[in-house]
Design a protein around this ligand. Structure first.
Ligand code: UDP
Length: 239
């Protein structure tokens, strides 16, 4: 018996680091599979799912440029890292019977589909999970911005940002036992208080498009589904 959800189409954003398990670098296949099962449990509810996965477990442009690399080249390397993560997730999802497409913002037709908005929408309508890879395709952006952009283009009802904790706190809940979780917080407060949710350009884009951001714990087993069936705890960033 599948519980009802009010969401029809959502975008799940996870960082690349979510895929590395306890390794400190790269991809940990059992962790990728665990997240794939979390995605499947929501897909099974009939929700259309977009995904954006970061690349920080492999390469970040800013790190490369801090070590003397030319910034835009380093950013393209970061974008390529997100393609690897997307392919790993595609493999894990297909392994458990979820049809899925990797759609790249940078053309590499042998590896992934190019981004064509109407085609991506059609995949979603056919209940295929769409993993948007290579960020926005532009240097100087992040995958948080890519997530907000694609969620807006795909008319998602919300961005689900999977993190290590079940929402946004007034201080680090790992270090402070008395940290308080916000139920709701405005885009403007996130920007003014510099709360660590997504980078400022992603928050501003979400605000301008009135796209709610739901911050929840991806470490909690069943965490993603618990938000959709109404039983979980989370923070909503809203107008
Ligand atoms: N990146 C980029 N343009 C984009 C998205 C990503 O240049 O539209 C590059 C950037 O160098 C970034 C890297 O890809 O550092 C990996 O993405 P991100 O840092 O967002 O990954 P996450 O922190 O979510 O794992």
């Amino acid at each position: 018996d599948t519980p009802k959800t009010t969401f029809n189409r959502v975008l799940l954003k996870i960082s690349g680091e979510a895929l590395m398990g306890d390794q400190g670098f790269g991809l940990h296949p059992p962790t990728v599979e665990r997240i794939a099962r979390e995605v499947k449990s929501v897909h099974d509810m009939g929700v259309e799912i977009c995904m954006v996965i970061g690349g920080g477990n492999i390469f970040r442009g800013l790190q490369g440029s801090a070590q003397g690399m030319e910034r835009t080249t380093a950013d393209y390397m970061g974008m390529l890292a997100t393609v690897m993560n997307a392919l790993a997730m595609q493999s894990a999802l297909e392994g458990i019977g979820v049809f899925c497409r990797v759609i790249s913002a940078i053309r590499m037709d042998e590896v992934a589909e190019p981004y064509i908005r109407r085609r991506a929408v059609r995949h979603l309508e056919k209940k295929r999970v769409c993993i948007f890879a290579a960020g926005t395709g532009n240097p100087y952006f992040t995958t948080d911005t890519a997530a907000t952009l694609r969620a807006s283009e795909m008319a998602c009802e919300a961005i689900f940002k999977g993190t290590k904790v079940d929402g946004i706190y007034d201080k680090d809940p790992v270090q402070h036992a008395d940290a308080k979780r916000y139920d709701r917080v405005s885009y403007d407060d996130v920007l003014a208080k510099r709360l660590k949710v997504m980078d400022a350009s992603a928050i501003a884009l979400a605000r301008d498009n009135n796209l709610p951001i739901i911050v929840f714990s991806l470490d909690e087993p069943g965490g993603f589904r618990s938000i959709l069936d109404g039983s979980g705890t989370y923070t909503t960033v809203h107008a």
